[in-house]
Design a binder for this molecule. Sequence first.
Ligand SMILES: [Zn+2]
Length: 590
Amino acid sequence: MRYVTLVLLTFCSSLVHAMEIRYQLHMPKPQNHYFEVEMLISKNNQKTIDLKLPVWAPGSYLVREFSKNINLVKAFDEKGNPIEVHKITKNHWQINSQGKELVHIKYEVYAFELSVRTSFLDLSHGYVSGAGVFMYVDGQKSLGGKLDVFPYDDFKKISTALPLGEFEEQKRASTTFTFKDYDQLVDCPIEIGNQEVFEFMAAGVKHTVAMYGDGNFNISDLKRDMAKVIEAETAVFGVNPNKNYLFIIHNVVDGQGGLEHCNSTTLSVNRWTYAGSEYLNFINLVAHEYFHLWNVKRIRPIELGPFDYDHEVYTSLLWVMEGVTSYYDELILRRAGFYSQETFLNKLMSSINYVEGSVGSRVQPVAHASFDAWIKAYRPTENSANTSMTYYSRGSVLGAVLDAKIISNTKGKKCLDDFMKQLYSVYYVKLNRGFTEAEFKKELSDFMGQDMSDFFARYVDGTEVIPYASIFGELGVKVKETTSTAPSFGASVRDEGGTVIVKSIRAGSAAEEAGLSVNDEIIGCNGYRMSQGMLDGVMNGLSVNDEVELLISRDEILQSVKVKISSYTRPSFSLKAEATPSVLYNYWLR
Ligand SMILES: [Zn+2]
């Protein structure tokens, strides 16, 4: 209903105001880190034009306030006379256009944060994450248009998934791209510089890789291994909706992961990730972001596109979008031959132990973790471990649980792939929209042939321990649940220039009972000065009920704190396939 209303409104307004928008992107002096943006608006008949800049970038659920980087917003008429610009809110500028047919807007964007969701410019390259760079005309997001990119003189290449404009428009100084609507413009990041570019075919799709920065990569290995992942993921859905796909890869000191788009992705990785055991982490990241081209970019909750760029958009389904994607980023590595069955099972076991062993897992249901991503997952604090469960980890375990249930219910005729395929064909292909939470629940119940309300109540909206033994037992996996009990201090510390500072305290731990706080400096223990290593050594050697006396400094006041070591019990699960793996097991981990 909401969707239908939206479409009608947009349709009517674009009929009345057949405005045309052309963006120009300049970067004349990269060392100052400013992109200069021009918006040429023609066929305007509005008295005022409302310009807005998104406050967040899709895929990254945090209000980032991109307008903090915007300066010198100016508007001019056809003759170059200035037009008044009023600031209405933090990310909203109103141009007093008085119905003038041509309006020329200029502003600059400070770009000095290199990440997959922000923009960057220096003498080595430029990276544009559109949400923080391109303003939109309020009410006109459905309008298509053109973008002319004017690279800095020394930058020879432009890599983006935006379609190229007409050939005659490709001038020496600029390259023209087109976009069908604002969502597409900001969904296609742009890499500008002297990146190394290579191409390969996989699943009938032409893939381009744009490598910024040095690294120990071997292009022929990458072509072979990325293709394996792409083929295996396309086989899940039976269809790859793209003709072209672009990987922008930033090879840097501290890699930060990736961000998904409809027909591209940006990966930020450590430049030495391409060898040894680290290499599989890279392949894993490729598998994760590529899987998103289906799951979240096309199969999606209704809130995740078309987007409200002005506010947080709330969904309880990130455990499906991110969690199920995380399940598949491992499963695909098994299917593509990078993992043995045993390796995969061990990875799943670690995830289960992390999830069920975390204090926060009993506090925050995964549906709440998803809904509150904006204020919790993306804004972690020293207390997060006590109160949060990540929708990536619990969501991936839930993905494995659903897969196992489908396989055992259908005696190996169907698996989670079939459910994902169904979501794709019903909601993306047929209805071309996202689903509501109620629709998702109904779709899952119908597919499973059983009411899934209890499953949601216990494990998604609730925090119960999942009955792994019965679920994976059906596939011939022996699950042994034990508890591990160990003496525990319960505080973690960090070294800060030779001082030992308390970083976090587990709820209910000996450290909490003793009255220790985060940020306390631990100077000594039992009369001896402590370094981080010494303190860890002392604490690891203690037994339950042992007492130690700590000398701490809190706000530069010295205090003595008595700690009585307590025991910490957590559940522990071991998963082992039967000596002769069952048919269902071999189907699951084929
Ligand atoms: Zn993801």
